[in-house]
Design a protein around this ligand. Sequence first.
Ligand code: CUA
Length: 309
Amino acid sequence: MSGQLQSVLHPAGPDAAIISQFAWVMFGAGTLILIGVMVMLYLGVKRAPREIRPLRWIAGAGIIFPLVVLSALLAWSTWRSAQLTPQSSKASLVISVTAKMWWWEVRYHDPLTGREIISANEIRIPAGRDVYVALTASDVIHSLWVPALAGKRDMVPGRMTGLTLRADKPGLYRGQCAEYCGTQHARMALHVVAETPAAFEAWLARERQPAAAPTDAFLERGRQAFIGQRCAACHTIRGVDGGSRLGPDLTHVGSRLHIAAGTLRNHRGTLAGWIADPQSIKPGARMPPANDIDGETLRALAAYLEHLK
Ligand code: CUA
């Protein structure tokens, strides 16, 4: 899978391309104006003193020139921004994202079962299609920004906003919370995984399944640890516990690329480290340390979570 870029200058979708073009045109126009002013300043200083006509300069360079140039830029940018994708929930796919301190809950409406598929910190989308992402927050104001795909949009508690994401081709696009929201604002990242429509459908079909059952005694020990070690007080593994949504849903956590909101790559080792001591990785995060767990149980728990693909 290509790309991990989080750059306005490397657009990978139509809206991001328009925004990138804004940046370049404004930068180019600003540069030309700066060069013009510098040249005139140079001529003014260098040239022998001669009579100038102040009224002509004030009218020409002070009024007419800025009026023409700024009006042209305003007209162009108004026309161009009207071509941004309309924010409409009529898109072929609607995904709901709720920002929390400091992670993202991602919910897909499953057309087959009518139920919701709940995930975290990763938005899967089919490439080449408009995806409407309905946004809200549950505690403070956050902001979703995936620079390669779209502009940013604030996520406000008690209010629904939305954004259209469209990736031209499959790839991995990093996003980041763009509104200061507390201690771990910087480690509130997410990834958009754009896949071919067929791969997306296959992924959705896997997510629709209940959590993978343990296939041996070691994994079963991990499953028991999940229930016994207070994990189930905040997290859900569908079919294993009562369904708390305080923390990320872990039904298919093994299929995600990262944990802790884009902070760590997801594998057995990082899972174990995160469970044992989340506060040294993300101080202030809501997850308490499991400092009373023994090594073997921790290994089993991490292996079980990794197994949940
Ligand atoms: Cu959430 Cu900054």
